[in-house]
Design a protein around this ligand. Structure first.
Ligand code: FAD
Length: 469
């Protein structure tokens, strides 16, 4: 029997796995391989929360492969060198993988593919992560979209999500090769600050599947209205599973299509539209590969960002700003590796507008602390809030965090969950205790920044940037 290497990267699943499928359909024994090479991600090597997730996801994938009679070969080191070693040791005739879209690894993969083909190997890459390849949709002029609505309209007009594919219950055993220990990858934090995370998450394909089922049985109904309310599970919480490729977006769409009826059609459309923002983020990252580190709108290169003091930075990061909704969000992030989307927008807005810190300050912190940290989505999110990105919120629209909290957390349930110091106050006073002259022991008596003054300075800075046009 011939062997094919199935090089797994951010597609840590077996169902809807095009590389595995290609190996089986060509009659090869698949040899699943994961190479740990974080240095090859350039300036955006995965952060601490991502690494902790990856550890558990690889463990789950290995168990799943073993239960089907196969094995996951783990190696670390330079990807190309490791591939060559494994090819020499196993005599594989083919190498298959699904694509990654981060600029640093994209060019590496192109180089590796060229060399493997020159060696006479059958080498193919597939789409395993997206509904549309980032280059597939183009404007009438043939360029990239910079506005979401026409992008999504074009996507819906060309909709043809692949049919789900279930991996076989048994896989042929691959040649036994020496591998590295998962523990040797050093992905788990030391000291272990993550155990609290796993009450909220089950990394791996089975965890992704149960999250999807919980969503279709629960929060899907009412998603359109409830997705903005952080005090409840009103969204799918599929983001880390999608990021690590533990579930294919087209399987998510197929599951929703199966559930579709007159009562939930609008909720399903609203949810699929959010998947559309993920597609848009990858489209932008592909066409504007400098945007993880640079403003898409070059006018913002002149923006007078303020230098954040170490004390202010720490107060924002650790949820001690004295602005309850911001502190709740930052504490949720610290405790669970996740933050509700509405609250992400609020905490980001306070950082880049009221405190006028560069959006990269926030993007870097999210990168290290989110279990769903994703270069495309995180870049889009931060540049959107900062006003420097594609289809971004205009800079002059400054969220008032107190008004946002009153609107989206009206019973202050989310605030109270994460900022229990405020639990003794009547609900209306929990949004901005200082406005009522209340000092709560152990909680900042004043917000880190005067909200009216911070807003004014942000608008003045924006006006100065515009005047220089
Ligand atoms: P659902 O509402 O159930 O949405 C389903 C899926 O659609 C998500 O899992 C996600 O893959 C995608 N999605 C939803 N909203 C967005 C969006 N605005 N942009 C792109 N994709 C979206 N998302 C990440 O996955 N990784 C990040 O690193 C990330 N950083 C962000 C930073 C900022 C400042 C902001 C404002 C948003 C960021 N987001 C990021 C987008 C969004 O907050 C999360 O995708 C969402 O909260 C995940 O929860 P969910 O899976 O329950 O979402």
């Amino acid at each position: 029997m011939t062997h094919a290497l199935v090089w797994l990267r951010r597609d840590l699943r077996l169902d809807d796995q095009p590389a595995l499928r290609a190996a089986l359909e060509a009659g090869h024994v698949p040899l699943p391989l994961y190479i740990h090479a974080p240095d090859e991600e350039g300036a955006w090597a995965p952060g601490a929360a991502s690494n902790a997730w990856l550890h558990h996801s690889l463990q789950a994938l290995r168990e799943e492969l073993r239960s089907r009679g196969s094995e996951l070969l783990l190696r670390r080191g330079d990807s190309e060198r490791v591939l060559q070693e494994v090819i020499a040791q196993s005599g594989v005739q083919a190498v298959y993988w699904t694509r990654k879209y981060e600029p640093a690894t994209q060019s590496r993969d192109a180089r590796i593919k060229r060399r493997l083909r020159e060696q006479g190997l059958d080498c193919e890459s597939f789409n395993g992560a997206l509904l549309f390849e980032p280059w597939e949709l183009a404007t009438k002029q043939g360029g990239p979209y910079k506005v979401f609505t026409p992008f999504w309209r074009a996507a819906l007009a060309q909709w043809r999500a692949p049919a789900p594919w279930d991996a076989p219950a048994r896989l042929p055993p691959p040649a036994a090769l020496p591998g590295d220990d998962l523990e040797a990858f050093g992905l788990l934090p030391s000291p272990r600050w993550d155990p609290g995370f796993w009450a909220h998450w089950q990394p791996g394909e089975a965890g992704a599947r149960s999250m999807l089922e919980a969503f279709t049985d629960g929060a899907l109904r009412g998603y359109r209205e409830q997705r903005d309310l952080p005090d409840r599970t009103g969204t799918s919480r599929l983001s880390p599973h999608l990021h690590f490729g533990e579930i294919a977006p087209w399987r998510v769409c197929a599951a929703l299509a199966d559930e579709r009826n007159a009562a939930n059609a609008a909720d399903i459309d609203a949810f699929v539209r959010q998947l559309g923002w993920r597609e848009f983020a990858y489209h932008l990252l592909h066409h504007f590969p400098r945007t993880p580190d640079h403003n898409l709108d070059a006018r913002f290169d002149r923006f007078p960002w303020a230098k954040l003091s170490p004390a202010d930075r720490k107060a924002w990061q650790r949820g001690r700003t004295g602005i309850p909704i911001v502190d709740a969000g930052m504490r949720e992030l610290w405790a669970t590796g996740y933050m509700h989307n509405r609250v992400r927008m609020i905490v980001a807005s306070v950082l880049v507008k009221h405190l006028r810190a560069h959006w990269l300050e926030g993007a870097r912190w999210f990168w290290d602390t989110l279990v769903d940290a994703d270069l495309a989505n995180n870049t889009l999110g931060w540049q959107w809030v900062a006003g420097s990105g594609a289809d971004a919120a205009p800079y002059f629209r400054v969220f008032n965090p107190v008004a946002q909290a009153r609107r989206f957390d009206p019973q202050a349930r989310y605030i109270t969950r994460w900022v229990p110091e405020l639990a003794a106050l009547p609900v209306p006073q929990r949004f901005a205790p200082w406005e009522h002259g209340i000092v709560v022991s152990g909680y900042p008596s004043q917000p880190l920044v005067d909200l009216a003054e911070g807003r004014k300075q942000a608008l003045d800075a924006y006006a100065a940037m515009r005047t220089a046009d």
